[in-house]
Write a protein that binds this ligand. Structure first.
Ligand SMILES: Nc1ncnc2c1ncn2[C@@H]1O[C@H](COP(=O)(O)OP(=O)(O)OP(=O)(O)O)[C@@H](O)[C@H]1O
Ligand SMILES: C=C(C)CCOP(=O)(O)O
Length: 256
């Protein structure tokens, strides 16, 4: 079981509103298709083995810009349905691009829109039932989720990041491999070298920042913090290492 996040910073041009990075998305889709084919789920595969894969994608220049304009974050919500729908709509547009690129490569990708599936309680804890994802996997689909809006008790609707969804899914589905593919080759130290392993937040706190682009969900700092909550190891790596990650090889930074 692999849970893979395709970061919005990879598949879009994050500093230009609603602009896809079609080439990068195509490369990511190629890597996914090749992995499934090797495991027998693609057009040339033997179907003797299967590789369960759940994909989550982030927002990049879809979603973050809209959320920022409406002052909506993971903690500051809105009761304005039009604002919520605009943010959700931007994410669904990007989701459609991702699904199309995967379907073109015979990956049996189907959407799961988190706005219709989960909620946060009064303490902001995320409740995300995964029965639909498990059923889709068992039926041979590749569920494709995305950062989205989510009902939030007492705050209307807030943003849920793809990173939070990765953590929930990885825990519930007992993922063997968890990867965040981002626009950087890993978590970088203050000399811009990739940090090999991270086991404590305080060891790297001083080098962790937000995203360079418009981002309402906390950038690298939020990613590392979220992944450290998991018992299983997770990796943060760049697009050039996606093939290696999917093959089960080390990639980028390992979060223990
Ligand atoms: N120490 C660090 N190492 C690497 N990147 C860092 C670091 N500190 C801050 N960053 C920023 O974090 C960004 C990656 O986080 P970001 O949330 O933009 O990624 P993403 O998940 O790919 O995109 P999205 O949130 O749109 O899905 C990098 O592009 C960089 O600007
Ligand atoms: C901005 C929205 C709606 C989702 C952001 O998801 P992320 O890019 O994974 O943090």
């Amino acid at each position: 079981m692999i849970v893979l996040k395709l970061g919005g910073s990879v598949i879009t041009e994050k500093d230009r509103a609603e602009t896809l990075d079609g080439e990068a998305l195509g490369r990511a889709a190629d890597a996914v298709a090749a992995t499934l084919e090797a495991a027998g789920q693609g057009p040339g595969g033997s179907e003797d083995e299967t590789a369960d894969l759940v994909i989550v994608h982030g927002g990049g220049s879809f979603g973050h810009h809209n959320a920022s304009e409406h002052g909506v974050t993971t903690t500051d919500g809105t009761h304005d349905a039009a604002a919520a729908l605009e943010i959700h709509g931007a994410m669904k547009t990007l989701n459609q691009f991702v699904l199309t690129r995967l379907l073109e490569r015979d990956v049996q990708a189907v959407p799961v829109h988190p706005f219709s599936a989960g909620h946060r309680d009064e303490t902001a804890a995320l409740e995300f039932p995964t029965g639909q994802v498990e059923t889709l996997l068992a039926e041979g689909f590749v569920p494709v989720l995305h950062g989205d809006m989510i009902a939030h008790a007492g705050s209307g609707a807030t943003v849920v990041s793809g990173d939070e969804l990765v953590v929930e899914l990885a825990r519930d589905l007992e993922a063997d491999r968890i990867g965040l593919c981002s626009t950087v080759p890993g978590v970088l130290d203050d000399a811009d070298d990739v940090i090999d392993r991270i086991s404590k937040y305080k060891d790297v706190e001083s080098v962790l920042g937000a995203s360079d682009a418009t981002d309402v969900t906390g950038g690298m700092a939020a990613k590392v913090r979220a992944l450290l909550e998991l018992e299983a190891e997770a990796s943060i790596f760049g697009l050039e290492a996606l093939d290696s990650f999917l093959r089960g090889e080390p990639a980028g930074t390992t979060i223990e």
